[in-house]
Write a protein that binds this ligand. Sequence first.
Ligand SMILES: Nc1ncnc2c1ncn2[C@@H]1O[C@H](COP(=O)(O)OP(=O)(O)OP(=O)(O)O)[C@@H](O)[C@H]1O
Ligand SMILES: [Mg+2]
Length: 294
Amino acid sequence: MEHPQAGDDLLRPRPAGRGGPHGAPSRGASPQVGGGPRASGGTLTATSAARPLVVLEHVDKHFGDLHVLKDVDLTIHAGEVVVLLGPSGAGKSTLCHTVNGLTPIDSGSITIDGRPLPTTDRGLADLRADLGMVFQSFNLFADMTVLENVMYGPVKVRRRPRAEAEEQARHRLARVGMLDHADAMPAQLSGGQQQRVAIARALAMDPKIMLFDEPTSALDPEMISEVLDAMTDLAESGMTMLVVTHEMGFARRAADRIVFMVDGAIVEDTDPETFFTNPRSERAKEFLGKILPR
Ligand SMILES: Nc1ncnc2c1ncn2[C@@H]1O[C@H](COP(=O)(O)OP(=O)(O)OP(=O)(O)O)[C@@H](O)[C@H]1O
Ligand SMILES: [Mg+2]
Protein backbone atom coordinates (compact mmCIF):
# COMPACT_ATOMS: atom_id res chain seq x y z
CA MET A 1 0.00 0.00 0.00
CA GLU A 2 1.32 3.37 -0.98
CA HIS A 3 1.49 6.24 1.46
CA PRO A 4 2.00 9.81 0.40
CA GLN A 5 4.82 11.81 1.84
CA ALA A 6 2.50 14.49 3.07
CA GLY A 7 0.79 12.00 5.36
CA ASP A 8 4.10 10.93 6.82
CA ASP A 9 5.08 14.52 7.36
CA LEU A 10 2.07 14.95 9.56
CA LEU A 11 3.54 12.55 12.05
CA ARG A 12 6.69 14.52 12.46
CA PRO A 13 7.03 17.24 15.04
CA ARG A 14 6.04 20.58 13.65
CA PRO A 15 8.87 22.95 12.86
CA ALA A 16 9.11 26.13 14.87
CA GLY A 17 8.60 28.33 11.81
CA ARG A 18 5.59 28.33 9.49
CA GLY A 19 7.36 26.83 6.53
CA GLY A 20 6.40 23.15 6.65
CA PRO A 21 8.63 20.19 7.40
CA HIS A 22 11.68 19.37 5.36
CA GLY A 23 10.96 18.37 1.82
CA ALA A 24 7.45 19.76 1.79
CA PRO A 25 6.83 22.70 -0.48
CA SER A 26 6.46 25.88 1.49
CA ARG A 27 3.64 28.19 0.58
CA GLY A 28 4.58 31.14 -1.50
CA ALA A 29 8.10 29.87 -2.03
CA SER A 30 7.36 27.70 -5.02
CA PRO A 31 5.60 29.77 -7.64
CA GLN A 32 6.39 27.19 -10.27
CA VAL A 33 4.05 24.74 -8.60
CA GLY A 34 1.12 26.91 -9.52
CA GLY A 35 2.31 27.64 -13.01
CA GLY A 36 0.46 24.85 -14.75
CA PRO A 37 1.76 21.54 -15.98
CA ARG A 38 5.47 21.55 -16.60
CA ALA A 39 5.42 25.32 -16.63
CA SER A 40 9.18 25.62 -16.65
CA GLY A 41 9.96 23.22 -19.42
CA GLY A 42 10.38 20.01 -17.49
CA THR A 43 12.69 21.20 -14.74
CA LEU A 44 10.05 20.31 -12.21
CA THR A 45 9.73 16.71 -13.19
CA ALA A 46 12.43 15.65 -10.76
CA THR A 47 10.45 16.89 -7.76
CA SER A 48 7.36 15.32 -6.30
CA ALA A 49 5.80 18.79 -6.31
CA ALA A 50 5.35 18.56 -10.06
CA ARG A 51 3.52 15.24 -10.08
CA PRO A 52 0.00 15.75 -11.43
CA LEU A 53 -2.26 14.11 -8.84
CA VAL A 54 -5.65 15.12 -10.14
CA VAL A 55 -6.20 15.79 -13.82
CA LEU A 56 -9.57 16.73 -15.30
CA GLU A 57 -9.72 17.09 -19.06
CA HIS A 58 -12.72 18.34 -21.00
CA VAL A 59 -15.08 17.30 -18.23
CA ASP A 60 -18.75 17.83 -18.95
CA LYS A 61 -21.69 17.16 -16.68
CA HIS A 62 -25.40 17.78 -17.07
CA PHE A 63 -28.19 17.39 -14.57
CA GLY A 64 -31.12 17.05 -16.95
CA ASP A 65 -31.11 20.19 -19.06
CA LEU A 66 -28.73 21.96 -16.71
CA HIS A 67 -25.14 22.06 -17.98
CA VAL A 68 -23.30 22.03 -14.67
CA LEU A 69 -19.67 21.44 -15.71
CA LYS A 70 -18.61 22.85 -19.07
CA ASP A 71 -15.42 21.55 -20.63
CA VAL A 72 -13.52 21.75 -17.34
CA ASP A 73 -9.75 21.32 -17.48
CA LEU A 74 -7.98 21.30 -14.14
CA THR A 75 -4.67 19.85 -12.98
CA ILE A 76 -3.70 19.71 -9.32
CA HIS A 77 -0.09 18.80 -8.62
CA ALA A 78 1.20 17.00 -5.55
CA GLY A 79 1.62 19.46 -2.72
CA GLU A 80 -0.58 22.12 -4.27
CA VAL A 81 -3.43 23.84 -2.49
CA VAL A 82 -6.13 24.85 -4.93
CA VAL A 83 -9.00 26.96 -3.66
CA LEU A 84 -12.14 26.81 -5.74
CA LEU A 85 -14.23 29.96 -5.62
CA GLY A 86 -17.38 31.03 -7.35
CA PRO A 87 -20.97 32.10 -6.81
CA SER A 88 -23.63 29.73 -5.56
CA GLY A 89 -24.60 27.21 -8.22
CA ALA A 90 -21.31 27.60 -10.11
CA GLY A 91 -20.65 23.85 -9.91
CA LYS A 92 -17.99 23.79 -7.18
CA SER A 93 -19.52 20.96 -5.16
CA THR A 94 -20.30 19.05 -8.34
CA LEU A 95 -16.67 19.32 -9.38
CA CYS A 96 -15.54 17.95 -5.98
CA HIS A 97 -18.02 15.13 -6.27
CA THR A 98 -16.79 14.14 -9.71
CA VAL A 99 -13.23 13.88 -8.37
CA ASN A 100 -14.21 11.37 -5.71
CA GLY A 101 -16.54 9.48 -8.03
CA LEU A 102 -19.74 10.45 -6.22
CA THR A 103 -21.05 12.10 -9.38
CA PRO A 104 -20.35 10.37 -12.69
CA ILE A 105 -19.36 12.62 -15.58
CA ASP A 106 -20.94 12.70 -19.06
CA SER A 107 -17.73 13.09 -21.02
CA GLY A 108 -14.09 13.99 -20.66
CA SER A 109 -11.63 12.24 -18.37
CA ILE A 110 -10.48 12.33 -14.76
CA THR A 111 -7.30 10.69 -13.54
CA ILE A 112 -6.12 10.45 -9.95
CA ASP A 113 -2.39 9.91 -9.61
CA GLY A 114 -2.18 8.71 -13.18
CA ARG A 115 -5.11 6.30 -13.02
CA PRO A 116 -8.49 6.83 -14.62
CA LEU A 117 -11.35 7.16 -12.19
CA PRO A 118 -12.54 3.62 -11.47
CA THR A 119 -16.02 2.51 -12.46
CA THR A 120 -16.54 -0.54 -10.24
CA ASP A 121 -17.84 -0.25 -6.69
CA ARG A 122 -14.66 -1.84 -5.37
CA GLY A 123 -12.51 0.54 -7.39
CA LEU A 124 -14.49 3.54 -6.17
CA ALA A 125 -14.16 2.41 -2.57
CA ASP A 126 -10.39 2.18 -3.03
CA LEU A 127 -10.34 5.60 -4.63
CA ARG A 128 -12.30 7.17 -1.78
CA ALA A 129 -9.89 5.64 0.70
CA ASP A 130 -7.17 7.69 -1.02
CA LEU A 131 -9.20 10.91 -0.98
CA GLY A 132 -9.84 12.57 2.35
CA MET A 133 -13.14 14.39 2.34
CA VAL A 134 -14.42 17.00 4.74
CA PHE A 135 -17.75 18.49 3.85
CA GLN A 136 -20.07 21.05 5.35
CA SER A 137 -22.10 18.74 7.52
CA PHE A 138 -20.42 16.94 10.32
CA ASN A 139 -20.42 13.28 9.49
CA LEU A 140 -18.70 11.57 12.37
CA PHE A 141 -20.07 8.24 13.55
CA ALA A 142 -22.32 9.33 16.40
CA ASP A 143 -22.04 6.08 18.34
CA MET A 144 -18.25 5.99 18.44
CA THR A 145 -15.78 8.00 20.49
CA VAL A 146 -13.54 10.51 18.80
CA LEU A 147 -10.63 8.05 18.93
CA GLU A 148 -12.74 5.23 17.49
CA ASN A 149 -13.90 7.52 14.69
CA VAL A 150 -10.31 8.25 13.69
CA MET A 151 -9.22 4.60 14.00
CA TYR A 152 -12.14 3.19 12.05
CA GLY A 153 -10.83 3.63 8.50
CA PRO A 154 -7.27 2.44 9.18
CA VAL A 155 -8.53 -0.67 11.02
CA LYS A 156 -11.52 -1.57 8.84
CA VAL A 157 -10.34 -0.44 5.43
CA ARG A 158 -6.54 -0.41 5.66
CA ARG A 159 -6.43 -3.47 7.96
CA ARG A 160 -3.88 -1.91 10.27
CA PRO A 161 -3.29 -3.49 13.68
CA ARG A 162 -5.34 -1.72 16.35
CA ALA A 163 -2.35 -0.65 18.44
CA GLU A 164 -0.66 0.96 15.45
CA ALA A 165 -3.94 2.57 14.33
CA GLU A 166 -4.50 3.97 17.80
CA GLU A 167 -1.03 5.47 18.01
CA GLN A 168 -1.48 7.10 14.62
CA ALA A 169 -4.97 8.28 15.51
CA ARG A 170 -3.58 9.99 18.60
CA HIS A 171 -0.97 11.73 16.45
CA ARG A 172 -3.64 12.94 14.07
CA LEU A 173 -5.83 14.18 16.91
CA ALA A 174 -2.90 15.99 18.48
CA ARG A 175 -2.23 17.59 15.14
CA VAL A 176 -5.69 19.20 15.08
CA GLY A 177 -5.62 19.99 18.81
CA MET A 178 -8.21 17.36 19.74
CA LEU A 179 -6.18 14.75 21.62
CA ASP A 180 -7.69 15.82 24.94
CA HIS A 181 -11.10 14.85 23.56
CA ALA A 182 -10.11 11.38 22.34
CA ASP A 183 -12.65 9.65 24.59
CA ALA A 184 -15.52 12.08 24.00
CA MET A 185 -18.57 11.25 21.90
CA PRO A 186 -19.20 13.52 18.89
CA ALA A 187 -22.39 14.95 20.40
CA GLN A 188 -20.31 16.31 23.29
CA LEU A 189 -18.23 18.44 20.93
CA SER A 190 -18.79 21.84 19.35
CA GLY A 191 -19.18 22.06 15.59
CA GLY A 192 -15.64 23.36 15.19
CA GLN A 193 -14.27 20.50 17.28
CA GLN A 194 -16.25 17.99 15.24
CA GLN A 195 -14.85 19.37 12.01
CA ARG A 196 -11.32 19.12 13.41
CA VAL A 197 -11.98 15.47 14.28
CA ALA A 198 -13.35 14.99 10.76
CA ILE A 199 -10.05 16.34 9.41
CA ALA A 200 -8.09 13.98 11.69
CA ARG A 201 -10.26 11.08 10.59
CA ALA A 202 -9.66 11.85 6.92
CA LEU A 203 -5.92 12.19 7.53
CA ALA A 204 -5.79 8.85 9.29
CA MET A 205 -6.26 7.17 5.91
CA ASP A 206 -3.06 8.76 4.60
CA PRO A 207 -4.96 10.36 1.73
CA LYS A 208 -3.20 11.44 -1.42
CA ILE A 209 -5.39 14.50 -1.56
CA MET A 210 -7.84 16.21 0.77
CA LEU A 211 -11.10 17.61 -0.57
CA PHE A 212 -12.88 20.24 1.47
CA ASP A 213 -16.33 21.50 0.50
CA GLU A 214 -17.23 24.51 2.63
CA PRO A 215 -16.02 22.88 5.85
CA THR A 216 -16.71 25.99 7.91
CA SER A 217 -19.97 27.24 6.44
CA ALA A 218 -22.18 25.50 9.00
CA LEU A 219 -20.11 26.75 11.94
CA ASP A 220 -20.72 29.56 14.36
CA PRO A 221 -18.32 32.41 13.57
CA GLU A 222 -16.17 31.88 16.65
CA MET A 223 -15.38 28.32 15.57
CA ILE A 224 -14.37 29.04 12.03
CA SER A 225 -10.80 30.06 12.72
CA GLU A 226 -9.89 26.91 14.66
CA VAL A 227 -10.87 24.82 11.64
CA LEU A 228 -9.13 27.15 9.19
CA ASP A 229 -6.00 27.01 11.36
CA ALA A 230 -6.00 23.21 11.16
CA MET A 231 -6.41 23.46 7.38
CA THR A 232 -3.62 26.02 7.13
CA ASP A 233 -1.30 23.71 9.08
CA LEU A 234 -2.20 20.93 6.72
CA ALA A 235 -1.52 23.12 3.70
CA GLU A 236 1.87 24.04 5.13
CA SER A 237 2.72 20.39 5.72
CA GLY A 238 2.63 19.79 1.97
CA MET A 239 -0.75 18.08 1.72
CA THR A 240 -2.42 18.32 -1.68
CA MET A 241 -5.75 20.06 -1.18
CA LEU A 242 -8.79 21.10 -3.16
CA VAL A 243 -10.81 23.50 -1.06
CA VAL A 244 -14.19 25.09 -1.71
CA THR A 245 -14.65 27.93 0.73
CA HIS A 246 -16.07 31.38 1.15
CA GLU A 247 -13.31 32.27 3.60
CA MET A 248 -11.33 34.72 1.52
CA GLY A 249 -8.64 35.27 4.16
CA PHE A 250 -7.87 31.58 4.12
CA ALA A 251 -7.96 31.49 0.33
CA ARG A 252 -5.48 34.31 0.04
CA ARG A 253 -3.19 32.98 2.77
CA ALA A 254 -3.14 29.26 2.06
CA ALA A 255 -3.81 28.80 -1.64
CA ASP A 256 -1.19 28.24 -4.28
CA ARG A 257 -3.86 28.79 -6.89
CA ILE A 258 -7.32 30.21 -7.05
CA VAL A 259 -9.67 28.57 -9.52
CA PHE A 260 -12.73 30.73 -10.11
CA MET A 261 -15.84 29.13 -11.60
CA VAL A 262 -19.02 30.64 -12.94
CA ASP A 263 -21.91 28.72 -14.49
CA GLY A 264 -19.97 25.48 -14.73
CA ALA A 265 -16.89 26.90 -16.41
CA ILE A 266 -13.48 27.85 -15.06
CA VAL A 267 -13.12 31.56 -15.68
CA GLU A 268 -9.79 32.21 -13.94
CA ASP A 269 -6.98 29.98 -12.71
CA THR A 270 -4.28 32.08 -11.17
CA ASP A 271 -2.23 32.83 -8.06
CA PRO A 272 -4.09 34.35 -5.11
CA GLU A 273 -2.32 37.71 -5.27
CA THR A 274 -3.33 38.23 -8.89
CA PHE A 275 -6.86 37.02 -8.28
CA PHE A 276 -7.50 39.25 -5.30
CA THR A 277 -5.72 42.37 -6.51
CA ASN A 278 -6.02 42.22 -10.28
CA PRO A 279 -8.65 39.76 -11.52
CA ARG A 280 -9.00 39.61 -15.28
CA SER A 281 -12.67 38.86 -15.72
CA GLU A 282 -15.63 41.07 -15.01
CA ARG A 283 -17.28 38.11 -13.25
CA ALA A 284 -14.40 37.83 -10.79
CA LYS A 285 -14.42 41.58 -10.15
CA GLU A 286 -18.15 41.43 -9.51
CA PHE A 287 -17.75 38.39 -7.23
CA LEU A 288 -14.99 40.03 -5.21
CA GLY A 289 -16.91 43.27 -5.01
CA LYS A 290 -19.76 41.41 -3.32
CA ILE A 291 -17.75 39.19 -1.06
CA LEU A 292 -14.88 41.35 0.17
CA PRO A 293 -15.46 43.90 2.89
CA ARG A 294 -15.50 47.40 1.51
N1 LIG B 1 -28.07 16.09 -7.89
C1 LIG B 1 -28.45 17.16 -8.59
N2 LIG B 1 -29.51 17.11 -9.41
C2 LIG B 1 -29.90 18.19 -10.13
N3 LIG B 1 -29.26 19.38 -10.11
C3 LIG B 1 -28.20 19.50 -9.30
C4 LIG B 1 -27.73 18.39 -8.49
N4 LIG B 1 -26.65 18.80 -7.79
C5 LIG B 1 -26.45 20.09 -8.15
N5 LIG B 1 -27.36 20.51 -9.03
C6 LIG B 1 -27.43 21.84 -9.65
O1 LIG B 1 -26.18 22.03 -10.31
C7 LIG B 1 -25.75 23.38 -10.17
C8 LIG B 1 -24.39 23.39 -9.51
O2 LIG B 1 -24.53 22.96 -8.18
P1 LIG B 1 -23.34 22.88 -7.14
O3 LIG B 1 -23.91 22.34 -5.89
O4 LIG B 1 -22.21 22.15 -7.77
O5 LIG B 1 -22.95 24.43 -7.00
P2 LIG B 1 -21.97 25.12 -5.96
O6 LIG B 1 -21.03 25.96 -6.76
O7 LIG B 1 -21.38 24.11 -5.06
O8 LIG B 1 -22.95 26.08 -5.17
P3 LIG B 1 -22.98 26.52 -3.60
O9 LIG B 1 -21.95 27.63 -3.45
O10 LIG B 1 -24.36 27.03 -3.40
O11 LIG B 1 -22.67 25.31 -2.77
C9 LIG B 1 -26.83 24.08 -9.38
O12 LIG B 1 -27.68 24.73 -10.29
C10 LIG B 1 -27.55 22.96 -8.67
O13 LIG B 1 -28.88 23.29 -8.43
MG1 LIG C 1 -21.54 23.72 -3.02
